[in-house]
Design a protein around this ligand. Structure first.
Ligand SMILES: CC(=O)SCCNC(=O)CCNC(=O)[C@H](O)C(C)(C)COP(=O)(O)OP(=O)(O)OC[C@H]1O[C@@H](n2cnc3c(N)ncnc32)[C@H](O)[C@@H]1OP(=O)(O)O
Length: 418
């Protein structure tokens, strides 16, 4: 049907990707991102990770003009449950075919598919944040980058940090240990993704072309009483000028099971000889080091959007998480792109669980599905969205109650892109 209508109208034909099309499809994607080829290793890895039956290609005759993929993730939500979520990825439209609705047609098909698969959520990281709001996504987690002047900034660490032993290890040799540790941390923060088979290799990708003069990837393990309690992966870029060493530590990944292990790793990164800057990227907005430093201003902290969240099924999504404080609220939801979500929903929940069902009761709060996506992981306050004019309070007190209920003790975080 879709093929016929595409032929009739001259619109590109949208179809599920086949393995024999992958190379052309992937070339289309790479070109849309500027056309710089990836290494053979990266390409092979993405070929392996692509979920063909969940990926779409848009074709103008034999020419691939659009790409969109989905990874079948499980996303940690407030309360710690791992909820099926479509990880929308590899989205592109050839510049020759831009602004003719190809992306819109792929988003339409994709969200219909995700609904059919029974997954309540879709998530993505955006090349440009402005693209996805029209399809019902909004920013659900933020991330921090920092450039820390370690010649001036001191770190105060908690008691017990000296008990943690650190040792270097070849990143590939300890991959399994690091993955096991990651798996232990994944339910600790909303917004984290359980690693799918094969995804551990992403952590080791280390193309020389991206090192910009830095060392190959290095890894340090943190151990307490013989047990691995954390790891840091990083590069060191040696630099010298007339006044001496000015090396830079580029932090790629820090994971730890508790604050003491975390502090031991950060103290190590701050203190590597012959370096005077630590550059970190995509860190949690509430990570402890920000409250342990002597001078936050010299850490040049920047915040940006990380995970964009879309509630595909409002009822199932809101039931899948728990609530920081008891909530009983009727939402009037507007969702133009996925109209099955529009209308009134009563959410009743607390720290143990929740129900979210259709209702004809009077609404307490009026908002669009985007505000629910923004607030979903607990990192964006519904009250703040209200102050921005994006949530309308129809019953006095409902906004404050819902805002507290949707909150999270720890900020959501996406440790790696996809
Ligand atoms: C999850 C990910 O993979 S993020 C990666 C996204 N991909 C890229 O950034 C690669 C480079 N860019 C592209 O490939 C394309 O420009 C795309 C995919 C962003 C857009 O594809 P198009 O087919 O041109 O989009 P389409 O024609 O469906 O546009 C739909 C609407 O979005 C708007 N839009 C599209 N791209 C953008 C953008 N980059 N910024 C702002 N608005 C945009 C259009 O103006 C249009 O608005 P309208 O409905 O009000 O007219």
């Amino acid at each position: 049907m879709a093929n016929d209508s595409a032929r009739d109208t001259g619109r590109p034909e949208l179809r599920v990707l086949r393995q024999d099309e992958w190379n052309v499809w992937y070339d289309t994607l790479i070109r849309a991102f500027g056309g710089v080829p990836e290494t053979a290793e990266e390409r092979e890895l993405w070929d392996t990770l692509t979920e063909l039956d969940r990926s779409l290609g848009a074709w103008d005759g034999d020419t691939c003009v659009g790409t969109a993929g989905v990874f079948s993730f499980r996303l940690t939500v407030p309360g710690g449950a791992a909820v099926p979520a479509a990880g929308v990825t590899m989205v592109s439209v050839a510049a020759t075919h831009r602004r003719r609705g190809v992306l819109t047609s792929m988003m339409r098909r994709q969200l219909d598919d995700v609904r059919e698969w029974g997954w309540p959520l879709a998530v993505l990281t955006a090349s440009e944040p402005e693209i996805y709001g029209r399809f019902g996504y909004d920013v659900g987690s933020l991330q921090v980058s920092a450039e820390i002047d370690t010649t001036r900034v001191r770190l105060s660490v908690p008691a017990g940090t000296d008990d943690v032993r650190l040792r270097y290890a070849a990143p590939a040799d300890v991959l399994d240990v690091c993955e096991a540790l990651y798996a232990r941390t994944v339910t600790g923060r909303p917004g984290m993704l359980a690693r799918l088979p094969g995804w551990e290799r992403l952590g080791l990708l280390d193309p020389e072309s991206e090192r910009e003069g830095s060392s190959p990837l290095q890894c340090v393990l943190a151990e307490l009483d013989g047990e691995v309690v954390g790891y840091a992966r990083f590069h060191v870029k040696p630099e010298w000028d007339a006044s001496g060493a000015k090396g830079v530590v580029r932090v790629r990944d820090v994971q730890a099971v508790d604050p003491v292990a975390q502090a031991a790793l950060w103290r190590f990164l701050f203190g590597i000889d012959l370096t005077c800057t630590v550059k970190a990227y995509a860190r949690p907005v509430d990570e402890a080091w920000q409250y342990q430093v002597s001078d936050l201003r010299r850490c040049a902290v920047r915040v940006r959007d990380a995970l964009h969240v879309r509630l595909v099924e409002v009822g199932a999504a809101l039931e899948a998480r728990t609530y920081h404080a008891p909530v009983d609220v009727v939402f009037e939801v507007e969702d133009a792109f996925c109209p099955w979500n529009s209308g009134r929903w009563r959410l009743s929940g607390d720290g143990k669980g929740a129900s979210c069902e259709r209702t004809t009761d009077a609404a307490d709060l009026s908002l669009s599905v985007r505000e629910l996506g923004a607030a979903y992981l607990g990192g964006v306050s519904l009250a703040a969205l209200g102050a921005a004019g994006r949530v309308r309070e129809l019953r006095r007190g409902a906004l404050a109650q819902a805002a507290v209920g949707f909150g999270s003790a720890v900020a959501p975080w996406l440790p790696h892109g996809f």
